[in-house]
Design a protein around this ligand. Structure first.
Ligand code: PMP
Length: 447
């Protein structure tokens, strides 16, 4: 072997915890007590020290059918042996068309055209670009303004952080996109704390869009993007009537409505999509995560007939969307996605959360009188326990709960001082009890 090649592969330490710069994690803190996961099956991870960890979060809201499902594993194995990669531009492969068609058939009526990306962030940036290009294709190119919402999370692309309302994610990186404005968020514990079901108060907050129309002019606004249920910022349920009101205002002013269903897609709320659960259909929907059960990265944008048509029958220079990724519709992701949809269908998983939600809600509300608990929210197979922050140390209390839960063999997720639980949709009744039992112990033990 030539020595120059050998020199390129210097010996590397296997225990170096600085080479991989971790996302949304301080390596410096992680190194104190690394939480390493080495395998997973169904509802459990196994940590490096051999302990079983109950997955209370479906990974990062993505492993909806549970871990290591043989059908999905085999589909990916077969696919990689048969067609590992195919160029995504000016060429196709059958599984991408098949998977798009299956997704369109599952999605709310009218969302029939699927653009593939590789993550939720890419799906969001794709959706925003499609919205802008759509107006341009119809000769309304002055509609360039994008509206997001405070406490929205739309991934980490420049589009996503601009319309997003997780302030730290944007402020850290300068100004973001110009021409973006935000609706107010709907989190209102003063009026809605400990409400079961959708919050009673807050539908009128949708009228913020009318305020922005008055401020900027509807003719400058391309789209508004919201999560039907804001997941990453603390499981904020839409107030009763809010989404309907937003839909009506968009229709009145020719503004596209984008639902970011990266978390809420694929059964989390007891229906295939939150749009189904809440009975409001957007013009564009983004999704990711559960689309492949988290097994292969993938994001997808579903667009209405009117939007698709604007390109296909629009001006010649716009029939092609000048956008796409090397890995759009990757064969492995499509194979994983097809097997994932089969699994969801065969096991009735996309509606299972509707059958389990009463138990989950009761289990969550049983924590109501524990120390520090200031609000509880639950719907489908997702619940949030909001804790009173320690003065001057926001996030500290919930993060201690996260560490303590992991010690006790339960994976939870925290954002600020909110604990979120979103187990795989295969979770058993006994496992729901176990999750909330462990969490109750945790809350009693943390200061
Ligand atoms: N949108 C929403 C609503 C999300 O919850 C997330 C991820 N939690 C994203 C976008 C970004 O997805 P990804 O991390 O796959 O880029």
């Amino acid at each position: 072997m030539p020595t120059s090649n050998v020199a390129a592969f210097r010996p590397a330490a296997t225990n170096n915890l600085d080479a991989f710069w971790m996302p949304f994690t301080a390596n410096r803190q992680f190194k104190d007590a690394p939480r390493m996961l080495v395998s997973a099956r169904d509802m459990h991870y196994v940590a490096a020290d051999g302990r079983k960890i109950l997955d209370g979060t479906a990974g990062l809201w993505c492993v909806n059918a549970g871990h290591g499902r043989p059908k999905i594993v085999e589909a990916v194995q077969r696919q990689v042996a048969e067609l590992d990669y195919a160029p995504a531009f000016q060429m196709g492969h059958p599984k991408a068309f098949e998977f798009a068609s299956r997704l369109a058939a599952l999605a709310p009526a009218g969302l029939d055209h699927v653009f593939f990306a590789n993550s939720g962030s890419e799906a969001v940036d794709t959706a925003l670009k499609i919205a802008l290009a759509y107006h341009r294709a119809r000769g309304e190119g002055q509609r360039v303004r994008l509206i997001g919402r405070e406490r929205g999370y739309h991934g980490v692309g420049f589009g996503g952080i601009s319309v997003g309302g997780m302030v730290a994610n944007r402020r850290t990186f300068g100004l973001g996109l110009p021409g973006v404005d935000h609706l107010r968020h709907t989190h209102d514990p003063a009026r809605n704390a400990f409400t079961r079901g959708l919050p009673e108060h807050g539908a009128e907050l949708a009228d913020d869009l009318e305020r922005l129309v008055a401020l900027h002019g509807a003719e400058t606004i391309a789209a508004v993007i919201v999560e039907p249920l804001a997941g990453s910022t603390g499981v904020l349920l839409p107030p009763q009537g809010y989404l309907e009101r937003l839909r009506a205002i968009c229709d009145r002013h020719g503004i596209l409505l984008i639902f970011d269903e990266v978390i809420t897609g694929f059964g989390r709320l007891g229906a295939p999509f939150a749009s189904d659960r809440f009975g409001v259909t957007p013009d564009i929907m983004t999704t990711a995560k559960g689309v492949t059960n988290g097994v292969v990265p993938m994001g997808a944008v579903l667009a209405s007939e009117a939007i698709y048509k604007a390109f296909m029958s629009g001006p010649e220079h716009m029939i092609e969307l000048f956008h796409g990724y090397t890995y759009s519709g990757h064969p492995l992701a499509c194979a994983a996605g097809l097997a994932t949809l089969d699994t969801y269908q065969e096991e009735g998983l996309l509606t299972r959360a509707a059958r389990m939600e009463k138990q989950l809600e009761d289990a969550a509300f049983a924590l109501q009188d524990l120390p520090h608990v200031i609000d509880i929210r639950a719907i489908g197979l997702v619940a949030a326990i909001e804790l009173e922050p320690i003065e001057g140390e926001p996030s500290r209390r919930a993060f201690s709960a996260f560490l303590k839960a992991f010690e006790k063999g339960l994976m939870i997720r925290t954002t600020g001082d909110i604990i979120a639980l979103s187990p795989p949709l295969i979770v058993s009744e006994a496992q729901i009890d176990e999750m909330f039992g462990t969490l109750a112990d945790v809350l009693r033990e943390i200061g």
